[in-house]
Design a binder for this molecule. Structure first.
Ligand SMILES: [Zn+2]
Length: 495
């Protein structure tokens, strides 16, 4: 029998590992799913058109040479280093973000040459062994450019080799060297990211992004319609930052509602529903972030409720709702969510107001918009807009601050439920991994790290960047700012 002094543990606290989780209230799902559905093939991490076609060329070359995965990875990394270096050599590109791995590659080029062998080593310009193919892989697969086959990269069915090769073969030629002079890159500036628009690979990519006469219900059909919608907005309005400027135009601007082309695009109503729902997502996330970030040390849930209550006016829910702008009706959506007086309120007040506006839109949207604003399956799900409408009616004549305290209790409980739902047991470390920043113990709440708010990405900025790379739109300077416009090729799609 062992002596008591040899017994170690139990380590109740040490068996749990906490880490910052994403989506702490899980209010993003509907918007994320709809954005992916309405814009398949472009994501938040695929900004550059030419990486799509470069990866396709590498896929073909690896297949042709019979390369095993490790060899294909090296070829792909070398090609990505060369593409980035050529782009950096070409200079600044207004409206275009830097090529992948730019900081490290730019610093290395200051020596006057490009050490491709060194830079393309795993963990150098990119952390992943497949370089930056990972973020693009799903999109390229949807477009038919590359695919994942036998644990290796392979060419997709949409690849037209001649069009990619004629545009990008010099990249592969340079990638075969271990070191090249920066001057050698200057001879290949046609392979720069900006060269895609007027080259054969740009033509290929345009054809894949916007196929001819697609089934409107297919991925290609929805993507084409979204591209035409965004191009039409860029044509009719002065747009500088696409997501920031275009969503209110789409949601509220009568000129767009009346525009024959937009009216012919069913997808416009779908996006209207999504961008309006995104205001509620923004509101929940901003509200939660503000509350969480106010937690200093151990706090009672009641005092966290006070934080929200004290940020709001006194009075009833009814009187509060009377102070909110009108959302309009099925025939006319009014810009309540961007009303200047509402925007000027403190974050907590503004967020609660946005939630109530979302609730009041539930029965006042055209049918096609409503279907994308809230999925019928969401019904009375907690925190959905119809749930907000329900408690707004239930609390109508009661105190707003009391309601605020009740709501904070709901959110805290939900955050813990969500964290536990996403928790997992690690056999390796023997710990229970809980993804959350906020924890409740014995009625006291504390936080490990700060929370950030913000709406779900619509992917419109990345789409515009890909469209620019493919020659469908461009950013030109006006009054010290960049304004996006469709190119002639883009306008041709608007017929
Ligand atoms: Zn360029």
């Amino acid at each position: 029998m062992s002596s008591g002094s040899a017994v170690i543990g139990p380590f109740w606290g040490g068996l749990e590992s906490r880490h910052a989780g994403r989506y702490p209230l899980s209010v993003e799902r509907h918007a994320l799913v709809q954005v992916a559905r309405l814009l398949p093939g472009v994501t938040t991490v695929t900004p550059h058109a030419r990486y799509f076609t470069l990866h396709a060329l590498v896929a073909h070359e690896a297949h042709r040479r019979g390369l095993v995965a490790a060899e294909a990875q090296e070829l792909l990394r070398r090609a990505e280093v060369v593409l980035a270096a050529i782009t950096l050599k070409h200079g600044a590109h207004p409206g275009m973000s830097a090529p992948h791995g730019a900081d490290i590659i730019r610093a290395a080029m200051s020596s006057g040459s490009l050490d491709i062998a060194q830079l393309s080593r795993p963990g150098t310009y990119a952390q992943a062994s497949w370089g930056f193919w990972g973020p693009y892989r799903g999109s390229e697969s949807l477009l038919g450019l590359t695919k994942w086959e036998a644990s290796n990269i392979a060419p997709g069915v949409g690849l037209k080799l001649d069009e990619v090769r004629v545009a990008l073969e010099p990249v592969l030629d340079l990638a075969a060297h271990d070191v090249v002079d920066n001057g050698d890159l200057g001879a290949c500036l046609g392979c720069c990211l900006c060269g895609c628009a007027d080259a054969a690979d740009g033509r290929l990519l345009r054809g894949l992004l916007v196929p001819t006469n697609p089934d409107p219900r297919s991925n290609g059909g929805r993507r084409s319609a979204t591209i035409r919608l965004i191009l039409r907005i860029l044509q009719l309005h002065e747009v500088r930052s696409v997501t920031r400027d275009a969503w209110p135009i789409l949601a509220y601007d009568q000129s767009l509602t009346d525009d024959p082309l937009c009216a012919s695009l069913d997808i416009a109503d779908a996006w209207r529903g999504v961008v309006l729902r995104n205001r509620s997502v923004l509101a929940w996330r901003d509200l939660w972030a503000e509350l969480v970030n106010s937690i200093a040390g151990l706090t009672t849930i009641a005092s966290l409720g006070d934080v929200l209550a004290e940020a709001l006016p006194s009075g009833t829910i009814d009187s509060y709702c009377e102070s909110l702008p009108d959302v309009g009706d099925r025939d006319r959506l009014l810009p309540a969510e961007i009303d200047p007086a509402l925007v000027a309120r403190n974050v907590l007040d503004r967020s609660l107001a946005l939630l109530l506006l979302g609730g009041s839109r539930v029965q006042r949207l055209p049918d096609r918009v409503a279907a994308y604003f809230q999925d019928p399956s969401e019904g009375m799900q907690e925190l959905a807009p119809s749930w907000v409408a329900e408690w707004r009616a239930e609390w109508s004549a009661r105190s707003l601050p009391d309601f605020a305290r009740w709501l904070v209790g709901v959110l805290v409980a939900r955050s813990q439920r969500i964290a536990l739902m996403k928790a997992s047991f690690s056999r390796k470390s023997g710990t229970f991994r809980v993804p959350a920043r906020v924890f409740v113990r014995d009625g006291l709440i504390f936080r490990d790290s700060s929370e950030s708010g913000g709406a779900v990405s619509l992917r419109w900025d990345q789409l515009t960047s890909v469209m620019a790379g493919a020659g469908l739109c461009l950013a030109s300077r006006k009054d010290e700012a960049l304004v996006w416009r469709p190119t002639q090729r883009g306008e041709a799609l608007l017929g």
